[in-house]
Design a protein. Structure first.
Ligand code: PLP
Length: 428
């Protein structure tokens, strides 16, 4: 180990120049040096099986040879142009082919940016100001999205609480908050307020599944009230199915946002809708009053588009989603078996393509019921997994298509030891 470049050295350097010693995303006590296939390595050379996969984009694993080839083919032709380019146009075509609600798309650089424009687009189209959002729903970092994302105190619905400093109260006045999976609450808000532009929802909220009929219920209520339905598919797009959650659940929103997988690991996201809605990005179609100005230096970046296009081409091959679901289901079953062996009450929550464990005996249905009753248990679980070379976020486990049988066996053994650690913590 080169002492000058040990992980501790990088952490110390980060502490000097980065607030909270990091990029704001993830545990700053680990510095990743590289990723290959199903693994990442830290700066001390420790290997981990990667179930974080860049928070979702690296569904094919790190350094997929075909994606690398596509990127390397594009690089010498130019890295960014701020102008239309063929790869970006092809990527837009591929998204329109895949995603039911998209007749047209607009590229941006991050998922949060896509959500911000989706909200603005709904307001431009309907001429109404308010947005209904679900408590605990994550839609990036815009002022609207920061309302009741992870509220520390419980207030009565539909009051919005900002989770970030620096947001004026006036933003909260334009937001209505409802509990996820509570159709009656949404119905009564739509009855009471005739100035709602859109409902924005994650079709799988974090890892909480929509109950049967909930998403269709939202669709019907939106139609009845002239409100647009926005699905935030930044995570679920090209993961739950090739056509995203809207394909898997059979409910088509008016607008959706996409990110992560469509950029193949590079900064690229998009929002899409039918042409009549997307017309608000076209001044010549809607006139200057109704025009939504939108541009960005890196929008439609050709390197990101090349990586995304190749990733999507690979995902279209027969059997990919069956295999992903099979891998995910096996991981869920292993986890459940390890915990059940110790008699530890738990629920595996989510979808086979992303999930995590709750130490509870009731299925979480919304933000409040999904709050961990004993957060220490998840901490013990996650800490044990990390110490055994399992790299995951504290609240999610993302399977990738690159996992092999050795990875699964190593993970099974890590789950067993982590279950033992939780049992010990509980004094069982
Ligand atoms: C559902 C959802 N929406 C939006 C975002 C924001 O995307 P980005 O981090 O690319 O801004 C995320 C990020 O994880 C997300 O999970």
């Amino acid at each position: 180990m080169n002492i000058l470049h040990s992980q501790a050295d990088w952490i110390a350097r980060a502490r000097e120049v980065l607030p909270a010693a990091g990029f704001g995303n993830f545990d700053a006590s680990i510095v990743i040096a590289r990723g290959q296939g199903s693994h990442v390595w830290d700066e001390d050379g420790n290997a981990y099986i990667d179930y974080l996969i860049g928070s979702g984009p690296m569904l094919l694993g790190h350094g997929d040879p075909e994606v690398m080839e596509a990127v390397l083919e594009q690089l010498p032709k130019g890295m960014t142009f701020f102008a239309n380019n063929a790869r970006g146009i092809e990527l837009a075509e591929a998204i329109v082919d895949a995603v039911p609600c998209c007749e047209q798309v607009r590229f941006v650089t991050s998922g949060g940016e896509a959500d911000m424009y989706a909200i603005r687009l709904a307001r431009a189209y309907t001429g109404k100001p308010k947005i209904l959002k679900f408590e605990g729903g994550y839609h990036g970092m815009s002022a609207e999205a920061q309302m009741s994302l992870a509220p520390a105190r419980e207030v009565n619905f539909p009051t919005a609480v900002p989770d970030s400093a620096g947001i004026p109260d006036s933003v909260a006045e334009e937001m209505l908050i409802a509990p996820f999976n509570d159709l009656a609450a949404v119905a009564s808000l739509l009855d009471e307020h005739d100035d709602i532009a859109a409902i924005i929802a994650e079709p799988l909220q974090r890892i909480i599944p929509a109950q049967p009929g909930f998403l269709q219920g939202l669709r019907d209520l939106c139609d009845a009230h002239g409100v647009l339905l926005i699905f935030d598919e930044i995570v679920t797009g090209f993961r739950l199915a090739y056509g995203g959650a809207q394909e898997r659940y059979g409910v088509t929103p008016d607008i959706c946002t996409l990110g992560k997988i469509i950029g193949g690991g590079f900064p690229l996201a998009a929002l899409g809708a039918r042409a009549g809605i997307m017309a608000h990005f076209d001044k010549s179609a809607v006139g200057s009053e109704k025009w939504l100005m939108q541009l960005g230096t890196l929008s439609g970046n050709p390197v990101a588009a090349a990586a995304g296009l190749k990733t999507m081409e690979i995902l279209r091959r027969p059997g990919q989603y069956d295999r992903l679901r099979d891998l995910g289901q096996r991981l869920m079953d292993m986890q459940s078996a390890a915990l059940s062996d110790h008699g530890i009450a738990h629920r595996l929550c989510g979808d086979a393509t992303l999930f995590d464990v709750y130490f509870t005996d009731a299925d979480p249905v919304d933000y409040r019921s999904a709050k961990h009753r004993d957060p220490m248990l998840n901490e013990v679980w996650n800490r044990s997994l990390r110490s055994q070379g399992i790299f995951k976020s504290p609240g999610k486990l993302y399977p990738s298509l690159t996992l092999g049988s050795e990875d699964l066996e190593a993970t099974r053994s890590a789950f067993r030891n982590a279950a033992k650690a939780v049992a010990d913590h509980l004094g069982m």
